[in-house]
Design a protein. Structure first.
Length: 373
């Protein structure tokens, strides 16, 4: 039997709605391009969306009730000029998370160098970024979160690493990766993403690696000691959701990482300089980071289904069903990604049968969402 007419019809529906992600349409095109033998093995399914059971981590499973929190830690600066740059990045990140990702102001907490003379950020700075303050705020904030909420930790500043002893430069005693890992241990029921955007920060980042956690380091070794430009391009990717490469109106951690990394590489190429930084990502908890995470690597599969933004229906949707239905759309998109990433574990005919089921359900649910008042 060839690919079902319903499959083709419903996938066309996907292309008619802005909420439909491009990757879904691409997968549809890949399906119709299958060799004839594989197409003949496809079976039309009558499964409902509730019957899908693609295996995968339950981490970063976003619902309409998932809370998103961000802790911005901006450390001590080596000069007034660098201090101003760090503060500019901090202010920009705070603004972007609230404006473009729907974070409430009280869900973005800023700890900034010595906490004094912070200019326009005064009303937003919770405390200085001392090691004691970081520990205190992480301890107190955890009680405000429920299971399944997301905590993103953004670290802006300088790093140092000597003889395997990696630190983040705080005002006062410097914080080690082991210390931050210890303070994050109570967050067993929350999802965590850590962005260590310092120089010489790899060993620090590696100490934070844990199952079900996504860790990004702007550098891949302690030898990369120059201040990275990675934060600049991470912010560019966040701004207006520019890193949303599949155009599903969400920015995954993998999309953000790939956007920033590619922009950093392009900058060094344009300058005719050898790169002095190489960002890496780990989301398997093994402490082995990847330069190019994705389908061909062990790292990147969790980061692809982890999103920074709050799940928010379109402003014109007044129906009380809209949040839950939008969450269902994303859950089905997540299932498509998980199935695609596990293709090697399936017989080809079974893989494409399940993919057809999922894409039909995704198209139906997307259409139902857009039909809501």
């Amino acid at each position: 039997m060839s690919i079902s007419a319903e499959f083709i019809s419903q996938c066309r529906v996907l292309g008619m709605h802005s909420k439909a992600s491009v990757f879904s349409v691409v997968l549809f095109l890949a399906a119709i391009a299958l060799p004839a033998q594989a197409q003949n093995e496809l079976q039309t399914s009558t499964n409902s969306p509730d019957s899908f059971s693609v295996s995968g981590s339950e981490r970063f499973l976003q619902t309409a009730d998932t809370g998103k929190f961000a802790l911005i830690i901006t450390g001590a600066a080596a000069s007034p000029e660098i201090r101003q740059r760090f503060r500019g990045w901090t202010s920009q990140l705070d603004e972007i998370l609230q404006r473009d990702y729907d974070y409430s102001a009280d869900h973005v907490r800023i700890l900034l160098d010595d906490g004094d003379n912070v200019g326009g950020l005064g009303a937003r700075v919770a405390a200085a970024s001392t090691a004691d303050a970081i520990e205190e705020h992480l301890r107190d904030w955890q009680s405000d979160m429920t299971a399944g909420d997301l905590l993103s930790v953004f670290m802006i500043g300088h790093g140092a690493a000597t003889f395997g002893d990696a630190k983040f430069n705080n005002v006062g005693p410097d914080m080690t990766g082991d210390e931050l890992a210890l303070w994050l241990e109570p967050y067993q029921e929350q999802d965590i993403v850590l962005f260590n955007m310092t120089n010489a920060g790899f060993e620090f980042a590696r100490a934070l690696s844990a199952p079900g956690r996504i860790v990004i380091s702007a550098t891949r070794s302690s030898a990369e000691r120059f201040d990275p430009i990675f934060p600049r391009y991470l912010l560019a990717g966040l701004e207006g959701r520019q890193a949303d490469l599949d155009r599903n109106e969400q920015v995954s951690i993998l999309e953000l990482f790939n956007f920033a990394s590619s922009q950093v590489a392009a900058w060094y190429d344009e300058q005719g300089r050898l790169p002095t930084e190489h960002a890496v990502l780990d989301d398997t908890g093994d402490g082995l980071f990847s330069l190019n995470p994705g389908v061909e690597e062990s790292d990147g599969l969790l980061a692809e289904v982890a999103y920074l933004n709050i799940l928010t229906p379109d402003p014109d949707k007044q129906s009380p069903q809209a949040p839950a239905m939008l969450a269902e759309v994303q859950a089905l998109e997540r299932q498509v990604i998980l199935l695609r990433n596990q293709k090697a574990n399936y017989l080809e005919a079974e893989y494409w049968r399940q993919m057809e089921d999922l894409l039909i359900a995704l198209a139906r649910t997307t259409e139902a969402y857009h039909d809501l008042p």
